[in-house]
Write a protein that binds this ligand. Structure first.
Ligand code: WT7
Length: 649
């Protein structure tokens, strides 16, 4: 941990929307008078029918019920597009930068309006109605944003599935959401290589029941298999519909999207976000955390398949009339200076990325950064996992040349928007700390018994009261929503993260305290990887834990017991990696596999993951109480194996 402090630069305190005094004042009001604060803040959106009340929320066990602006109505696409047309119709809304550096496109608000309305009419033509779920499995192309906004135009609920998920994962998500329309592309393009999206979608749909339509964007133009009657080229469909689609009136608490995310148990859960509070919160955090002003060029490098892309590529920026850059490619193609070349090409002023990208580019060397100018940059952001102070300092000094504040933003799929983060004109920075809560957010730390901890402390991070961007439920499973987030510490939202609060009241996220690991900023349930592994015919039992990984933050460590008679060799390891990639997707590739004749279990048969985590971390001296183990010899064997491997590596 770093004890350095970087004070707010004078010019930032001067020009930013929020300085330190304003932050204190507004924060104080936001928590002492949430109704007044959010009633006022809600005016940043354009409502069809104004709300009469902002907040109506309960975290009480058995009655978790979260509603914001509930009697108001609005339309998200009207807020993100129509209301800007009079003043900024010709301003660029989206800059699209292709995987290939020679391919790019700019889309003005007026063009966005035309394309989204047409797209919405295609959905309507194929029977999509308000409340229906549409699954989107697209690469990072403008059509992804059009598709999202087209759904919002007619009140359909989108469910985006990241292109790195396998056909099986896609199938599960399509079926859970009960979508009858799937939007995909012939292929994606990443780092010069095609990604077979249509082929994956075909494989997913082959296993789905019910009538489906597949809308296909032509991206690469390479030949793809075709199912007549089911598959439709988007460009052909667009020609057959009108260019006008009036926005549907949507209730503030009607669902806007479902986004599947991993939990500590079972299958991924469909996190549900609703319309009014989510949009308000995404827009407000985008404006203040990034201090977005007219004329800024804003770039968030996430994929729209994750919540970061939803809130901070599409909804927040467009609600604010911003210019948002959408990047199809990867940080290392054609070279590891791509990010900085793109910054120069489009004069990006606000740049938001993940620590895993920063660490990998740091490894590529300073020269690749220094050959670009980056003089347009004024603010940097980080999200997805704790940023280690070395990476923070490099980002600050080399990329930002010491002139750009870094906003380290802590939040989650479930929180909808940024929860803990510096405001660049208000908050002194400490490398590695998310610093202070956003308006209306009341973080607290509790011990394992749920006792609130005061002052300097380390514990479990909870949030004491609701904020407008909060997820309302898990799709079709409110019970699971209550159990997952509100049962560990009744009356509080439990984040699943550990956290430390220092003497200045700064928050330092230490990482997940549940069975979720964070691999390159992607959330992975260890239980999901385990169930993929045990579905392999040679695997008897598997236990998966995270371990520190230089680039990814955490790597995936798999302990595996084979069926009797099977032999653990390198060939089988490769086979298992391929198997998991097939079951879940490349993002779940195991990093280390250790075969073991047994796993440490309690006498009642429960796997002691605490011990497995310590062994994976090479922390053998610190295994804690092993007296409840059924067979302590298993542990010695695991350690010997681990050490041998280290020695060999
Ligand atoms: C988990 C949420 C929210 C966007 C991307 C990830 C970790 C996220 C930070 C940060 C330390 C962070 C937490 C959290 N996390 N941002 N700035 N510092 N940890 O969304 O997939 O829902 O994952 O990511 O552990 O619980 P997600």
């Amino acid at each position: 941990m770093s004890d350095k402090v970087y004070p707010v630069p004078a010019e930032w305190a001067e020009r930013a929307y929020i300085n330190a005094d304003q932050y204190r004042e507004l924060y104080e009001r936001s928590v002492s008078d949430p109704e007044g604060f959010w009633s006022d803040a809600g005016k940043r959106l354009e409502w069809i029918k104004p709300y009469s009340r902002a907040k109506n929320t309960s975290f009480q066990p058995g009655n978790v019920d979260i509603r914001w602006f509930e009697d108001g109505t609005l339309n998200v696409s009207a807020n993100c597009i129509d209301r800007h047309l009079a003043t900024r119709g010709d301003q660029v809304a989206i800059i699209w930068e292709g995987d290939n550096p020679n391919e790019s496109e700019t889309i003005t608000y007026r063009q966005l309006s035309e394309r989204v309305q047409r797209f919405a009419n295609v959905l309507k033509k194929h029977g999509v109605k308000k409340g229906d779920r549409v699954t989107i499995y697209l690469p990072m192309i403008p059509e992804a944003a059009y598709a999202m906004l087209a759904c919002t135009r007619i009140g359909a609920v989108h469910s985006i599935v990241f292109g790195g998920f396998s056909p099986d994962s896609l199938q599960n998500r399509i079926e859970d959401a009960e979508s009858s329309v799937i939007i995909t592309a012939d292929e994606g393009l990443r780092g010069g290589k095609p990604v077979p999206l249509k082929k994956n979608a075909d494989a997913a749909l082959a296993k789905c029941t019910g009538d489906k339509k597949m809308l296909v964007v032509r991206r690469t133009g390479n030949p793809v298999a075709w199912t007549p009657g089911r598959d439709l080229w988007l460009h052909e469909e667009l020609e057959s519909v009108s260019g006008e689609c009036p926005p549907e009136e949507i209730g503030a608490e009607d669902p806007l999207f479902v986004l599947y995310t991993s939990g500590s148990t079972g299958k991924p859960k469909g996190v549900v976000h609703t319309t009014g509070g989510y949009l308000l919160y995404a827009s407000m955090t985008h404006q203040y955390v990034f201090d977005y002003h007219d004329g800024d060029i804003y770039w968030c490098t996430a994929d729209v398949g994750w919540v970061t892309g939803h809130s901070y590529i599409v909804y927040g920026p467009l609600a604010n009339g911003a210019t948002t850059l959408m990047f199809e490619g990867v940080p290392t193609y054609p070279s590891a200076s791509r990010f900085w070349d793109v910054v120069d090409k489009w004069k990006v002023s606000i740049f938001y990325t993940a620590p895993t990208a920063i660490r990998s580019l740091m490894g590529a060397g300073d020269d690749l950064v220094k050959r670009s100018s980056r003089s347009s940059l004024r603010l940097l952001g980080s999200v997805g996992e704790p940023i280690n102070p070395e990476a923070w300092e490099w980002y600050y000094n080399v990329v930002g040349e010491g002139r750009c504040p870094i906003v380290d933003t802590w939040w989650q799929t479930e929180t909808g928007g940024i929860m803990i983060s510096p405001l660049p004109g208000a908050t002194d920075l400490k490398p590695g700390s998310g610093t202070k809560p956003f308006f209306g957010v009341q973080p607290a730390l509790v011990d394992d018994k749920g006792q609130l901890l005061e002052g300097e402390a380390q514990g479990n991070l909870v949030i004491l009261d609701s904020w407008p961007g909060q997820s309302r439920t898990i799709y079709k499973d409110h019970d699971r929503f209550e159990k997952t987030y509100f049962s560990a510490y009744p009356g509080m939202y439990f984040s699943g993260d550990g956290c430390r609060r220092d003497a200045d009241g700064y928050y330092w996220i230490t990482g997940r305290v549940d069975d979720v690991i964070n691999v390159s900023g992607h959330r992975m349930g260890t239980a999901e990887v385990e169930s993929a592994l045990v579905s392999h015919p040679k695997v008897a039992e598997a236990a998966v834990v995270g371990y520190p990984h230089d680039l990814k933050g955490q790597g995936i460590y798999c302990y595996i017991t084979l069926i009797i008679g099977e032999n653990g060799d390198d060939g089988l390891k490769k086979d298992l990696v391929a198997h998991v990639r097939r079951e879940i997707g490349p993002i779940a590739s195991p990093d280390l596999i250790q075969f073991s004749p047994g796993l440490p279990k309690t006498r009642s048969g429960k796997i002691m993951r605490r011990i497995l985590r310590k062994i994976a971390e090479d922390d053998f001296g610190n295994l804690g109480d092993t007296s409840t183990l059924a067979d302590p010899a298993v542990v010695d064997e695991l350690i010997t194996n681990r050490q041998n491997k280290r020695g060999a590596a």
